[in-house]
Design a protein around this ligand. Structure first.
Ligand code: DSN
Length: 429
């Protein structure tokens, strides 16, 4: 077969330049990571050719006997990794996993309650610009101004007032442990189902360095490509399966359906058609990697690195939302530094440091400008960097921010960053 370089030199060049960008950039986007070559080999392999609508043993296509094995291995490894009874590995993304959960537990117009996007939640947790805020009635809870953590007085008050059918915990810019136990209390007090979206800390949960949601939440969703370090994708899990209480019965037997059956149907045919078998197989490889003892060390290093980074920021007078982190994420309010998030993202990009602007709780700026930045340590930790390197990275960020209009300063920083990156190759060849 003709390889990419010969067949399509234009795109081969794009691929090569992206590989170079990744090697020469300090990747601080909290939701990004670098997969192993083994995962990429599987994701780039022949299973991309296979249609397999349905589930192992119950497909709508022939020739699925081999891909069935891959999906069974993925499900079994995921269950072992998180200690859960049910796993669905087909969602193409975290958003589609969340959509399938909503389709299972809710009817259009039902009330959901999630963390406000502007306070660190996620689009799919009820934002008005997303299906979750358009098909369902959405109410939000927030971060407490004083603590920078979820305001449980408000969670309780909003839950009592609006009686949501589903409460969602977790978010995309929350530096602290998700307080599963406290959410469970509130959910029970109003008869709501509790879903946790652990897309961000799932690798930390798998490694035991973040509490597990399994005993507290009815259903759990995640992506597979953040701290979990797999290919891009989503999953749905349940600690314990249970009979649905909203009257869905099997057509012939009249038996009450298990929620697992409903979730499977919501994913396919509800939300998706053919599963991405190459990605499901690559997820299986990633779950296998996460089951190895080295992954625990990696996850602990991710958290230790984030703490070291937080300490260095604090020493340099930066304002960290909640005062620090328990996880891989830091949310930094730049208001006292005279620079907004958009500008910081832009100048740091010039210095070879990739991160994203982010709203901070009670932000007065728009999501396109923002007062803050979000940083995370999963990707740099994968490169083998430790606490001393995190402090160095913060020094570079600070040097760029305090002299942000000086192009030669940014160019000089970029040269230093690139030389540093070469000492920590991602893919050795
Ligand atoms: N886009 C993801 C993140 O950056 O956190 C959330 O979906």
């Amino acid at each position: 077969m003709i390889n990419l370089e010969e067949k399509d030199p234009e795109l081969f060049d794009v691929l090569k330049r992206e590989a170079k960008r990744e090697e020469l950039t300090l990747e601080l986007i909290a939701s990004e990571n670098f997969t192993s070559k083994a995962i990429m080999e599987m994701a780039g392999g022949v299973m991309t050719n296979k249609y397999a609508e349905g589930y192992p043993g119950k497909r709508y296509y022939g020739g699925c006997e081999v891909v069935d094995e891959a999906e069974n291995i993925a499900r079994d490894r995921l269950k072992k990794l998180f200690g859960c009874e049910y796993a669905n590995v087909q969602p193409h993304s975290g958003s589609q996993a969340n959509m399938a959960v909503f389709m299972t537990f809710l009817k259009t117009g039902d009330t959901i309650m999630g963390l406000d996007l502007a306070h660190g939640g996620h689009l799919t947790h009820g934002s008005p610009v997303n299906f979750s805020g358009q098909l369902y009635k959405s109410v939000s809870y927030h971060i407490s101004k004083e603590e920078g953590r979820v305001d449980f007085d408000e969670v309780s008050k909003v839950a009592k007032e609006h009686k949501p059918k589903l409460i969602i915990c977790g978010g995309s810019a929350y530096p602290r442990y998700i307080e599963f136990e406290m959410f469970k209390e509130v959910a029970e007090s109003v008869g709501a189902y509790l879903m946790s979206d652990i897309a961000h800390p799932s690798g930390l949960v798998a490694a035991g360095v973040h509490p597990s949601p399994m005993e507290y939440c009815d259903v759990v969703t995640s992506t597979t490509h953040k701290t979990l370090r797999g290919p891009r994708g989503g999953v749905i899990m349940m600690g314990k399966d249970f009979e649905n209480k909203w009257g869905k019965v099997a057509p012939k037997s009249g038996r009450t359906k298990m929620v697992s059956e409903l979730l499977d149907s919501s994913v396919m045919p509800g939300v998706q058609g053919g599963p991405l078998m190459h990605i499901i197989a690559a997820k299986a490889v990633a779950f296998g990697e996460a089951l190895e003892p080295e992954f625990k060390t990696y996850a602990q290093n991710v958290v230790d690195n984030a703490k070291a980074m937080g300490d260095e920021f604090l020493e340099l007078g930066y304002d960290l939302v909640s005062g620090g982190t328990d996880t891989h994420v830091l949310l930094i309010d730049l208001s006292n530094k005279g620079i907004n998030g958009r500008h910081a993202e832009n100048i740091l990009g010039k210095a070879g440091i990739a991160l994203n602007k982010n709203m901070v709780p009670f932000d007065t700026r728009s999501p396109f400008v923002t007062s803050g930045i979000r940083v995370g340590t999963p990707a740099l930790t994968t490169r083998g960097m430790g606490k001393a390197e995190m402090r160095q990275v913060v020094q570079w960020i600070n040097k760029a921010i305090v002299d942000s209009e000086n192009e030669s300063n940014l160019n000089r920083l970029r040269s230093e960053v690139e030389a540093f990156c070469l000492d920590y190759p991602i893919y050795k060849d």
